[in-house]
Ligand binder design. Structure first.
Ligand SMILES: Cc1cc2nc3c(=O)[nH]c(=O)nc-3n(C[C@H](O)[C@H](O)[C@H](O)COP(=O)(O)O)c2cc1C
Ligand code: SF4
Length: 508
């Protein structure tokens, strides 16, 4: 098995402190860590916040629809230099810009959340319980009882795949060996998604309590929190919560790791590589992280929201949690942005329709035409699907997915080829590049869309479905498998926008 250097994991932190990737900086980090200069340089070049620090303007779809281009003009006129970057996770406040310290400098009003209610599993507007009663119950009743409650809750992982949480917990519990790890995946960077940001900021104790329960249950002492680099505020809330809860947490060791601007590090094995101080490139699976994860040890990784559900699953019972759902167990934090009155994060029974979600968000703006139910990776659906349950099992039946539940509504002022183009740009910017079908395919798709947009000749799109098939079949991870979906689904559901005669207004 691969050997891990004790200091390799510090490379990214040291590079961030250096502030640039000059030869001198690379040399200093190499000397400090014992990692060859070429390796340090190769690692550094992978991460956008290290390669391109400084002010940034979001070019995610919700920001683009809300006026990214105008914002860029305004900044340019004011003599402010900036980078246009992938989605910044602030779609509810679009269009946004951050300064070099990752503080919002330009944004819309604060997004909405659900009103305070004790009938919600996470209740973003609720007060924190600093007594950690769920952790106390876990310690009193034992790990087996926790696993039983988790199973009866039916909780599905909220990071995107909807995998039953108790399967993964039990898989790690079964692994023998003295060292296991727990990781909180807080790298949230899917365009349209910003629920974990709100959860960490408003209810950090729910997340920390969930992590402690997970560590207790699988018998781990070291807990890692990998927080998106563009989220310093939420990261600080978690750090503060760990301090405040010290009396309940006992011997657990918490390690905060800040991301460095690479969407792919949200993929679980890429995230592990990144904690280990390497380029965030997904690993081939198996072995799964539950068997060989961080530093080669069995590792339980869950999304922020999955962990935050543990408090109510244990305090109110797995059956109570399961009963909250509409078509599948529990409540869900749905993000909504784009053409709606009050973009924000709304906690609703899992399985509500788009119409129900938009009702919570104050209604549609304009004449709705399309939506993405779960971020860029879920492609586009026509508004005629507005009554369909937004859940994990149903959406794949129509070629989409719930993913991270980052819904984006698009009205009829938008050209779908333009929208598909920008979602594809996102994947092109964020591919890690290790598999040819993904690296080459996503560029092909983006170029085909650009050529079509330029001259209206739909023959540029003739091979797109074949390329999409190659990408879906030949990619290691979910990024490459879904990167062509925005283009494919837009062409499938909005054919009039992809023919020579297609007449639609241009938002770009
Ligand atoms: C390209 C890609 C990006 C991902 N980004 C995230 C992310 O930002 N946050 C997250 O929790 N899971 C993300 N995932 C899913 C993780 O790989 C993993 O399934 C998840 O963290 C497991 O937690 P859960 O079981 O609680 O959902 C991503 C997956 C892929 C393929
Ligand atoms: S599919 Fe794309 S992002 Fe995923 S491992 Fe392959 S090249 Fe990297």
């Amino acid at each position: 098995m691969q050997q891990y250097s004790a200091t390799r994991g510090q490379i990214l932190k040291l590079l961030e402190a250096e502030g640039d990737t000059s030869q001198e900086s690379i040399k200093r980090v190499s000397e400090a860590t014992g990692v060859p200069e070429a390796d340090v340089y190769g690692t550094a070049r992978f991460y956008d916040l290290i390669v391109r620090p400084g002010p940034r303007v979001c070019q995610g779809l919700s920001c683009l629809m809300a006026g990214t281009e105008e914002l860029c003009e305004e900044l340019t006129d004011a003599g402010i230099s900036f980078h246009r970057v992938s989605c910044l996770g602030q779609c509810d406040r679009a269009p946004v810009a951050l300064d070099g310290q990752m503080t919002l400098t330009h944004c819309g009003p604060k997004g909405g959340i659900s009103p305070d209610s004790s009938e919600l599993a996470m209740n973003l507007a609720g007060a924190e319980d600093l007594n950690y009663p769920a952790l106390a119950l876990a310690r009193k009743n034992g790990a087996e009882w926790v696993a039983e409650q988790l199973e009866s809750s039916g909780l599905q992982g909220r990071g995107g795949a909807g995998f039953p949480a108790h399967f993964k917990w039990n898989a790690v519990r079964k692994e023998s060996g003295p060292t296991k790890y727990v990781i909180c995946n807080a790298d949230e960077a899917e365009p349209g998604t910003f629920k974990d940001r709100e959860l960490m900021s408003r209810r950090p104790h729910l997340v920390i309590e969930g992590l402690a329960i997970a560590a207790f249950c699988i018998d781990a002492t070291d807990i890692y929190l990998y927080v998106r680099g563009e989220f310093p505020g939420p990261g600080h809330s978690l750090e503060q919560a760990i301090k405040e809860a010290a009396q309940h947490l006992g011997d657990f060791n918490f390690h905060m790791v800040h991301g460095h601007g690479a969407y792919i590090c949200g993929e679980e094995t890429a995230l592990i590589e990144s904690i280990e101080g390497k380029r965030g490139m997904p690993r081939l699976k198996p072995p799964y992280p539950t068997q060989e994860g961080l530093f080669g040890k069995p590792t339980l990784m869950n999304n922020v929201e999955t962990l935050a559900c543990l408090h109510s699953v244990l305090c109110r019972g797995g059956d109570w949690f399961a009963g909250l759902g509409k078509t599948e167990p529990g409540t869900k934090l749905y993000c909504i942005s784009g053409h709606v009155q009050s973009p924000g994060v709304y906690e609703l029974p899992l399985g509500v329709s788009l119409d129900e979600l938009v009702q919570a968000a104050g209604g549609y703006v304009g004449n709705p035409m399309a939506f993405s139910p779960g971020g860029a990776s879920s492609g586009f659906l026509p508004i005629s699907e507005r009554d369909r349950p937004l859940d994990f099992r149903g959406l794949p039946e129509i070629g989409s997915m719930l993913g991270s539940a980052g819904a984006v509504v698009i009205n009829d002022t938008v050209d779908m080829a333009w929208a598909a183009r920008w979602q594809t740009v996102f994947f092109e910017d964020e591919t890690c590049g290790q598999c040819a079908p993904c690296r080459i395919g996503v560029r092909y798709v983006r170029r085909a869309l650009d050529q079509f947009i330029e001259d209206g000749d739909s023959s540029h799109l003739d091979h797109l479905n074949d390329v999409a098939w190659e990408m879906a079949e030949g990619s290691i991870c979910g990024l490459g498998m879904t990167a062509a979906l925005p283009a494919r689904s837009a062409m499938q559901h909005f054919p009039q926008g992809f023919s020579r005669d297609g007449e639609e207004s241009h938002d770009g």
